[in-house]
Design a protein around this ligand. Structure first.
Ligand code: BG6
Length: 298
């Protein structure tokens, strides 16, 4: 279905339209009484969330590519069916397949009086089978209102169980990374992915004063990003997740990434809702698993 047809079929006055965005990719553009949001159907990738009064919540790189099969830089990439590197296949794409594929728009419906719910699907196909030889259906719903609700349901439609790791890899917009602190990980174990790495236990708040790439375990409660410069706190509540990632590339890694501005690290922070490492999940035939996050500004 082309973009115009999708808009005719799914567009909803006072809620959302389907339009061509950067790179000519189809985007669902939500504008309701409570918030605005933009979602690329390539990757089912939320690139903007702007609740009334609090301004943009997500960070999007001005150097991001917008092409089918290329991961967008910023917003909310969906890492699935593996988070990070594939377990053994060096040729497999980082963070899995979902963020590289065109998703099917299924519906745009009102949520209560003022919010909007956008639902998208991805099913197994020849490309996914090349790396993940299972039958599945992913259903991703994005609820746009005073809060941003994200819910990704993995349904096993085949006859064999499979194991996945996954993440809602959310890039948040902050005004000054040197004045940011993150709560919600006190007492949690982590794997440090920077340099020689190693394992540790977080004590107190996280501050970002170097490259940070930590995969936390045993974190089920909300994460709170305090951004002193903007006087905003962003809360990330989650469901069916007991792992999470905090990532800021800092100076050297920023300059190595072609789609990332050299000073981009100053204004972004990833706090990801995940099922990673020992929080990997098995999905049996006919069963499903839903990873969820609820994001709002305090
Ligand atoms: C984070 C990883 O989740 O994603 C980092 O922990 C990685 O190691 C980052 O660098 C970005 O990954 P990518 O594939 O989008 O460049």
């Amino acid at each position: 279905m082309d973009i115009e047809e999708m808009d005719k079929r799914f567009g909803l006055e006072g809620h959302a339209s389907v339009e061509a965005g950067p790179g000519g990719l189809p985007f669902v553009k939500v504008a309701n009484a409570l918030a605005k949001a933009e979602i690329s159907l390539m990757g089912a990738h939320v690139t903007s969330y702007c609740p009334k009064r609090s301004g943009e919540v997500l960070w999007m790189s001005p150097l991001s590519k917008f092409e089918v099969g290329k991961a967008l830089r910023g917003g909310i990439p969906l890492c699935w069916p593996w988070f990070g590197k594939h377990g053994f296949d060096e040729s497999a794409p980082m963070h899995g397949l979902a963020r590289l594929m065109m998703w099917e728009l299924v519906s745009i419906v009102p949520n209560g009086d003022e919010g909007t719910v956008v639902t998208m699907h991805l099913r197994d196909n020849a490309e996914t089978r090349a790396y993940f030889n299972y039958a599945f259906e992913l259903e991703y719903t994005v609820r746009v209102g005073a809060r941003l609700g994200l819910s990704m349901r993995t349904l096993n439609t085949g006859g064999a169980p499979f194991v996945i790791t996954q993440a809602l890899h959310t890039y948040f917009r902050v005004w000054d990374i040197t004045r940011v602190s993150v709560d919600g990980f006190d007492g949690c174990r982590y794997l440090d992915k920077v340099g020689a790495g190693g394992n540790g236990v977080q004590h107190g708040s996280i501050v970002i004063d170097r490259e940070v790439d930590e995969v936390f375990q045993g974190c089920v409660g909300p994460a709170v990003i305090h951004d002193a410069a903007s006087e905003r706190s962003i809360v990330v509540e989650k469901s069916n997740s007991s792992s999470g990632i905090v990532w800021n590339p800092w100076i050297a890694k920023s300059s190595r990434m072609v789609d990332f501005p050299d000073d981009g690290y100053k204004e972004m922070l990833c706090v990801e809702t995940a099922n990673a490492l020992e929080d990997a999940r098995c999905v049996k035939p006919g069963e499903s698993l839903t990873l969820g996050a609820e994001i709002y500004v305090k």
